[in-house]
Design a protein around this ligand. Structure first.
Ligand code: ATP
Length: 225
């Protein structure tokens, strides 16, 4: 089932297009990576798909319907968004961060049992990786149907990144659809079923994760030109 699609989507800021005529799809149960160099328009595309930014032209289709609804309405429809800024309350303990998110704490901790030892610790004292696990645990415990994730791995150690991406892959294997904006190409392709490569606001390459894993050099070259 197609959870999310962009059809000829043009979007940007104050009617100035940054992303032009984007076509993409995310099905239930698949991880789709959105790759590309800095400034390619990945975050802009993701923010428009989430309803945080208005579109200029084209369509966003969510749950089978063309939508211009704002983010909070899409969230009610089953969308979860995790952005570069870790959305934890730094002064609040780990467990209270889960409680205030009104999620099933037990379910959240099942995905990230390593947080069990850190429940009483203020989130501000958690490592960056633990904060990101908390953010992801909270988002996934709400049982969304679709996750949009922007640079989950920013500034984190390779082992932590692997851990986060593995948990995203596991959730997709249980039926979640995932759109993953990611800087690190091989790591993203390791978990992705399909990927799109953007450059200067347009998709310049797309394919299955397996196909693109053999074309990493070509993708990297697209980053440089
Ligand atoms: P990165 O990997 O660096 O986050 P990206 O592919 O996510 O890059 P975007 O952040 O979507 O790229 O930026 C695409 C273009 O949009 C850039 O040229 C950027 O300068 C411009 N841009 C981003 N945010 C704004 C904004 N708030 N107002 C105007 N232009 C913006």
């Amino acid at each position: 089932m197609t959870l999310l699609a962009a059809r000829g989507l043009t979007c940007g800021y104050n009617d100035v297009p940054v992303v032009q005529r984007l076509d993409l799809e995310v099905q239930a149960g698949e991880v789709v990576a959105l790759l590309g160099p800095n400034g390619a328009g990945k975050t802009t595309a993701l923010m428009t798909l989430s309803g945080e930014l208005p579109l200029i032209s084209g369509e966003v289709i969510f749950n089978g319907e063309s939508t211009r609804a704002p983010l909070h309405k899409r969230v009610r429809g089953g969308m979860a968004v995790v952005t570069e800024e870790r959305s934890v309350f730094m002064g609040m303990s780990t467990v209270n961060n889960l409680r205030v998110g009104r999620v099933d704490t037990r379910r959240a901790l099942e995905r990230f049992p390593e947080l069990n030892e850190r429940l009483k610790v203020p989130a501000g004292l958690l490592s960056g990786g633990e904060q990101q696990m908390l953010t992801l645990a909270r988002a996934l415990a709400r049982e969304p149907t679709l996750l949009l994730a922007d640079e989950l791995s920013l500034g984190l150690a390779p082992k932590v990144v692997e851990r986060l991406l593995r948990s995203v892959r596991d959730a997709a294997d249980q039926g979640l659809g995932v759109l993953l904006v990611e800087q690190h190409i091989p790591r993203a392709l390791d978990v992705a079923d399909r990927a799109y490569v953007m450059r200067r606001g347009q998709v310049v390459m797309q394919g299955s994760g397996a196909e693109l894993r053999d074309r990493v050099e070509e993708i990297e070259a697209a980053y440089l030109t």
